[in-house]
Design a protein around this ligand. Structure first.
Ligand code: SAM
Length: 177
């Protein structure tokens, strides 16, 4: 299992970012996302997309993000620009996930992340050591973890699917083959 935890949400300012953490987690192969309970609209959007474009994918609110980290029975990756370089630690994370079947919790912040999260994490990982975005960091990290296999994924119970094409936009009912 690969789960994503969105730590922190500033109402107003973070609405799209929190939604995009959820959508990116889903699209790029994670199994579930936890969203802070003051971001109910983001949860609705992620669930709505999952209903329309398929799953399985679980999106839930949490009133205790730190409790999720504490109680996680597996390994914890905290994405931060201050962390070890992703290219240096990815093999170790993949070994834990792939060989040892350890569930992986990926934590991304919104504003300043408190130091206990750095201590609780098994790995603090930088996707570059430059400041950028939790959405970008999450996308690159998932793609590294799954080595691109997430791009081949099939979706269950979708109402609609996009037909890839060179030019134009085509969306069809998903059960029409
Ligand atoms: N400045 C804040 C701090 O000191 O914790 C972080 C704010 S940043 C806009 C929000 C989140 O983006 C971070 O918590 C982290 O998860 C993610 N992030 C930003 N740059 C990153 C990087 N280079 N590598 C990995 N994650 C990054």
């Amino acid at each position: 299992e690969v789960a994503v935890l969105r730590l922190g949400h500033r109402p107003g300012r973070d609405e799209r970012m929190t939604t995009h953490v959820g959508l990116t987690a889903r699209a790029l192969g994670a199994d579930r996302v936890w969203i802070p309970d003051n971001a109910g609209q983001s949860l609705e959007t992620v669930r709505d997309i999952t209903d329309r474009f398929g799953g399985p994918f679980t999106a839930e609110l949490t009133d205790s993000p730190k409790g999720i980290i504490r109680d996680w029975e597996g390994r914890v990756v905290h994405l931060t620009m201050y962390g070890e370089r992703v290219q240096d630690v990815e093999a170790e994370v993949k070994r834990a996930h792939g060989d040892d079947d350890e569930p992986i919790l990926i934590v991304v912040g919104a504003e300043k992340v408190s130091f206990d999260v750095y201590e609780e994490a098994d790995w603090n990982v930088g996707v570059t050591n430059q400041p950028h975005s939790e959405v970008a960091g999450l996308a690159v990290f998932l793609d590294r973890l799954f080595e691109g296999r997430e791009l081949e994924r099939e979706w269950d119970d979708a109402d609609q699917r996009v037909i890839p094409m060179e030019t134009g936009k085509r969306v069809e009912p998903a059960d029409e083959e």
